[in-house]
Design a protein around this ligand. Sequence first.
Ligand SMILES: *Cc1c(COP(=O)(O)O)cnc(C)c1O
Length: 402
Amino acid sequence: MRTEKPSDPRPAEGLRPVINVSGTMTSLGASIVVPEAVEAMAAFLPHFVEIDDLQRRASGVIARLCGSEAGYVTASASAGMTLAIAGCMTGSDLAAIERLPATDGLRNEVVVQIGHLCHYGAPVEQAIRLAGAKVVPVGTSTQSESYQLAGAITDRTAAGLYVVSHHVVGYGQIPFEEFVAECRRRGVPVIVDAASEYDLRGFVARGADIAVYSAHKFMGGPTAGIVAGRKDLVRAAFLQNRGIGRGMKVGKEGVVGAIAALRAWERRDHAAVRAREEACLSYWQERLRDLPGVAAVPEPDPTGNPLRRLRVSLDPAAARQEAWELAAALAAGDPPVIVRDHEVEHGYFYLDPCNLHPGEEVAVAERVLEECARARARNEPGRGSLAERRREGIARLLAWPD
Ligand SMILES: *Cc1c(COP(=O)(O)O)cnc(C)c1O
């Protein structure tokens, strides 16, 4: 649980003290790591441990929390997907494991719905190919059916990948149960990318052979991935540490921190967290109530996580700015406020309360009010465009480290 705000090391390193109302973003340092994980990592860092034994420990904790036969900790959920796919191709054949990404003689195809081939910071599709596997796309962007999945499965199919995310197409996709049933019928294991999902048990309980989670998202662990599932497949994924997994190594601190975060998650007062998040939403709604051209409405999480966010929609004529302009002004301001703006071209962004330190909600409201007042006073809409802003973002990336 978050207690008091820790001292801030950022200014001494020349880093902006960003306030995160965008959610759990790798680009912002993921989440507020829970004290239990911080303490466990600090305690273990000076000591040697037998890593396979530590991962055995992790397996027990993951199995208990996820209701799976086994589990292990990877560098990230993305690594977990790649390694789980690798395991589905090689099994426990150490020679095949060392030959990857060459897959001669192995089943090497992964079926995945086209609407699931999203970008979570890198393409899903690349996490598959990285193992040496071949992506077999199913359906079309906005419509996939079980018969198309059935038609895509062959003797070469190593696994089916199912992605659960606000990034995937939100309609017209094969329901999870149907995807599992079709793969099961053909003896194909199903791997679920549940990186951002709160429900640690549901996917395994409903038939996933492997479910992959991020330790550094909702549960507030260090950067790591959690692979939970069938013992033979988890073992096969774990054994990739002698192969392609070496380049995605998680250290003892990552494993220990993930275990501590899982245990803390089990004990967390989830109702109290929900209440605090809801209090932030009510507070923001109240503060933004009379802003001209601004409508603020709480919205449930699109994948069913027990979390709501405030959708802030702008009527550009009345607000005298576009939603993206407000988002950009907030990000550029002091303190920088980073909003959830992945759909900003539709004229709205979200305020996500899940990663706030106590009191930061006040600064967020103040900054929104300030920028809205400034835009109305300026009374000159339409400087630049969202497309231009995106191009600038890429240009800035390409100029790194300058
Ligand atoms: C965050 C995310 C990932 C990547 O997880 P990491 O642990 O950061 O590698 C993959 N898939 C989805 C759906 C995500 O939300």
